[in-house]
Design a protein around this ligand. Structure first.
Ligand code: EPU
Length: 416
């Protein structure tokens, strides 16, 4: 299972290169199913969610091989259209394969994704979008079966700007006959990257990054290569680690414009933040002050995925910081663990109030989910003593060599 032992209280100092983005690599791996030749994905993070996506591709009959930071996929040999229960459970976001499998084979069979650590993870919006495109959707024996001989362009108005439903709609629509207009689409940078990838395969898509995306169905071309964009949530995690522990770090291979809400919040808390085109420098003397409420919203709002690490950075800030979590119903599970480390946090529904404490202390704690686990790491770096973080497989889902990167900055972390 794996445990981190973190000796806190060391300032961070140095340069860290940020990994490729999990939430961009996964839809691109799914989209590689649409290519008729070989796709090479560079800067693909070495994390267990990507391993799970590679297993899904292999199960479907594709060739998928990792070589260092690059993953090559040849989907010309696809033989199946199902994702079995074990693989669905290994990665909750495997629903991202739904639209691509359907578009490629005419049928997709997935076991029902149950709830997840962040609350129920329904997929009704994904299914409604595919039904608009002409797919029939059945639920049988715990499986979802989507079938369509042909998909037909249509108007898809998403009730909320769901990231995954926008991606599934783009993937299916790009193989449909005619034009699809997706409104109230998610605007995350990962959606823009999916558009860029599909365009590199010959798709005709416009508008990603705005609420309206127009997709003209087409036949897909052969080989393509892409580079996964930098992970904005991993970058936010290193910044919050520096804010919590104190020190000064330079992050390279980042897109500062994707981090605007996070860098603004940390600046207001008292950190010094300077950016160039592809780097962010942050310094903190470890003394932070509370700021106005941090409210999670779809991009370009404050990202829900950065809420737990920002909360960890705010634990010792002078005053009270209020968090409002608007995206997921159960994203405060790390709070109970942070309380064990001496934090002062009260939660009520979607609101968490963090009253700054003078010091945090070590305790045995458990990762509850990916970003909640990262929050424990951030808190432990700013705490006194040796914190033991259990269940770190959650962290491995999304962070590539987190401990190695932090140790390179002077942190004292052992994986047992
Ligand atoms: N929702 C529905 N019905 C649906 C789809 C979504 O009610 O059919 C709800 C969800 O339950 C949630 C909200 O809509 O409350 C937003 O969900 P969304 O579909 O936007 O999220 P997602 O596509 O499942 C992606 C990221 C998450 C990130 C969210 C929000 C990937 C693989 N995952 O999830 O990343 O939190 O967008 O930005 O891209 C993470 O990296 O730690 C992570 C959880």
């Amino acid at each position: 299972m794996g445990v981190f032992i973190i000796n806190g209280g060391r300032r961070l100092d140095g340069v860290v290169r940020v990994q490729g983005a999990k939430n961009s690599a996964l839809p691109i791996l799914a989209a590689s199913l649409l290519a008729s030749g070989t796709t090479i994905i560079h800067n693909c993070p070495d994390i267990s969610d990507v391993d799970a996506a590679i297993k899904i591709l292999r199960h479907l009959g594709c060739m998928a091989v990792r070589d260092g930071d690059s993953v090559a996929v040849d989907s010309s040999s696809i033989t199946r259209c199902d994702i079995p229960d074990g693989l669905m459970r290994e990665m909750r976001s495997s629903v991202i394969f739904l639209g691509a499998i359907l578009a490629r084979t005419g049928q997709a069979i997935l076991s029902m994704p149950g709830g997840c650590e962040l609350g129920p993870r329904p997929i009704g919006i994904h299914l409604a979008a595919l039904a608009e495109l002409g797919a029939s959707v059945d639920e049988r024996n715990g499986n979802i079966i989507c079938t369509a001989d042909t998909l037909t362009g249509c108007c898809i108005n998403l009730p909320i700007p769901s990231v995954g439903a926008t991606e599934n709609s783009m993937l299916a629509a790009s193989c449909a006959d005619g034009t699809t207009i997706i409104t109230n689409a998610a605007c995350e940078p990962e959606i823009v990257e999916l558009q860029n990838f599909l365009v590199s395969l010959g798709a005709r898509i416009l508008g990603a990054g705005t609420p309206t995306i127009v997709v003209e169905g087409c036949k897909f071309g052969g080989n393509t290569e892409c580079r996964v964009l930098p992970d904005r949530i991993a970058a936010a995690t290193y910044m919050c680690a520096c804010a919590s522990a104190g020190g000064k770090i330079l992050m390279t291979d980042v897109c500062p414009e994707h981090l605007q809400t996070v860098t603004d919040a940390l600046s207001r808390m008292g950190c010094i933040v300077k950016t160039t085109k592809s780097s962010v420098f942050i310094s903190s003397d470890g003394y932070l002050k509370a700021i106005k409420p941090i409210i999670t919203r779809p991009y370009p709002g404050f990202p829900t995925d950065a809420q737990p690490v920002m909360m960890a950075a705010a634990l010792k800030a002078e005053g009270t910081t209020v968090f409002v979590e608007n995206i997921f119903s159960n994203r405060y599970r790390h709070v109970g663990e942070l309380l064990r480390m001496g934090a002062d946090i009260r939660t009520e529904g979607r609101v968490a109030m963090v009253s700054g404490v003078r010091r945090l202390h070590a305790a045995p704690v458990f990762s509850t989910d990916l970003r909640g686990g990262a929050a424990l790491v951030v808190a432990a770096l700013g705490a006194e003593g040796a914190t033991e973080i259990n269940e770190i497989h959650h962290i491995d889902r999304g962070y590539s060599n987190l401990e190695g990167r932090l140790c390179g900055l002077g942190a004292d972390i052992k994986r047992i």
